[in-house]
Ligand binder design. Structure first.
Ligand SMILES: NC(=O)c1ccc[n+]([C@@H]2O[C@H](COP(=O)([O-])OP(=O)(O)OC[C@H]3O[C@@H](n4cnc5c(N)ncnc54)[C@H](OP(=O)(O)O)[C@@H]3O)[C@@H](O)[C@H]2O)c1
Length: 360
């Protein structure tokens, strides 16, 4: 009979991805136990303000109750058993056994918790890009540990990071990466290709939930820049944030506007984008927002690409990573699929938790 191994999880973040993760983990307990022998139990849940923790492990009933409370908008601090959240892991009892700390927040400053967790010998899983896209020294410190996993930071549930690790660990040399990593920008450019005005495409992206409530969060390409920085650093490039240029899709002067003012200005971009798209289509090309990583440089911006290419053939919010290496030199390795969405992202995080659960 298979021996069971208990693994404790401390989960930071109960937003879209965090709640999807908790639902998947609650639903998957028995299957995971049967398939892997792992009994994964939440030791604590934390949100922006509160903490719910039980040193013996939170029961499925307590977790379901916390989930239902969050879905109704009640913070953990105000739920039964909840209390204000601290800034460290002092609530984790010593000698508890294997612990995996999961960051599914979008918060700054989570790197200190990741560093503390790794120094205590815990595993860490990140969906939050910020700890790896801050200072290079922090990236190096975190990724020096074999117990850090961060698959969901770049491709949500797509196995991009794992694939890069396989290539690098087995001695292949990555020559070039070309990627479309923003489902939101991909959707907007796809709409332009179909003849939709830029301003209407942005509004549609917001209405469908692809874009953040303030679409500048997507259109400034900061998220793309973080992903490009993480990929380039994985290849060994010693880059800081300012070394990664990323072209925004609107004039940066509009950052000073309030949201309604920004939305009012958008039609001014309809004509220039329509003209650029028409010129591209006339010669068999289209526009895509492309991350390009060479052996020494990184760039992110709107490019004309052939409609016949894998980037040009992308539809809607689909993302794509193409890697040229010494072994995959003429026929590159390509992985594409949905690069965002709570369910696939949560599954990417869950798979990282399971992998660490086996290793710790
Ligand atoms: N959504 C996607 O498709 C996708 C894809 C790939 C990666 N990601 C990444 O996954 C992460 C989560 O995304 P999301 O869409 O779930 O975000 P979200 O809905 O904004 O949720 C963020 C959660 O983090 C909590 N939080 C904020 N600061 C915290 C802190 N210091 N400690 C503990 N919890 C804190 C928030 O608390 P409150 O509930 O109290 O506000 C909220 O529950 C982000 O980093 C995002 O970039 C998302």
């Amino acid at each position: 009979m298979r021996r069971h191994k208990r693994v404790f999880v401390v989960q930071y973040g109960l937003g879209l991805v965090g709640r999807a993760l908790l639902r998947q983990m609650l639903a998957g307990r028995e299957r995971l136990r049967e398939r892997t022998g792992l009994e994964v139990t939440h030791l604590a849940l934390a949100d922006g303000r509160g903490l719910l923790a039980d040193r013996r492990g939170l029961s499925p009933e307590a977790l379901s109750q916390a989930l239902a409370g969050k879905e109704q908008g009640t913070g953990l601090a105000h739920q039964p058993g909840g209390r204000p959240r601290g800034e460290d892991l002092s609530f984790v009892p010593p000698e508890v056994g294997p612990v995996v700390v999961v960051d599914v927040t979008a918060a700054d400053g989570m790197d200190s918790i990741a560093v503390e967790a790794l120094s205590r010998g815990y595993g860490v899983v990140l969906a939050n890009k910020r700890p790896l896209a801050g200072p290079l020294a922090t990236f190096r410190r975190l990724t020096a540990s074999p117990f850090l996993r961060f698959e969901a930071t770049v491709g949500a549930g797509l196995p991009w990071i794992e694939t890069l690790h396989h290539l690098l660990d087995t001695g292949d040399r990555v020559l070039r990466i070309e990627a479309a990593v923003s489902g939101t920008i991909g959707y907007i450019l796809g709409q332009l290709e179909a003849g939709v005005r830029f301003s209407a495409a942005v509004r549609e992206a917001c209405a469908r939930g692809y874009a953040e409530p303030d679409p500048r969060d997507d259109l400034a390409a900061a998220d793309v820049r973080r992903k490009a920085l993480i990929l380039a650093r994985m290849l060994g490039q010693a880059l800081e944030w300012e070394d990664v240029p990323a072209e925004p899709l609107y004039p940066r002067a509009w950052d000073a506007l309030d949201l309604p003012g920004f939305i009012d200005e958008l039609p001014a971009l309809d004509r220039p984008y329509a003209e650029r798209m028409s010129a591209a289509l006339a010669v068999g090309q289209t526009l895509r927002y492309v991350v390009e990583i060479g052996e020494v440089r990184v760039g992110c911006g709107v490019h004309e690409v052939s409609r016949e290419s894998s980037l040009g053939a992308l539809r809607g919010p689909t993302c794509l990573l193409t890697i040229w290496t010494e072994r995959y030199a003429s026929d590159p390795l390509t992985i594409s699929g949905p690069g965002a969405g709570a369910e696939v992202t949560a599954a990417g995080v869950y798979a990282d938790i399971i992998a660490l659960g086996r290793e710790l």
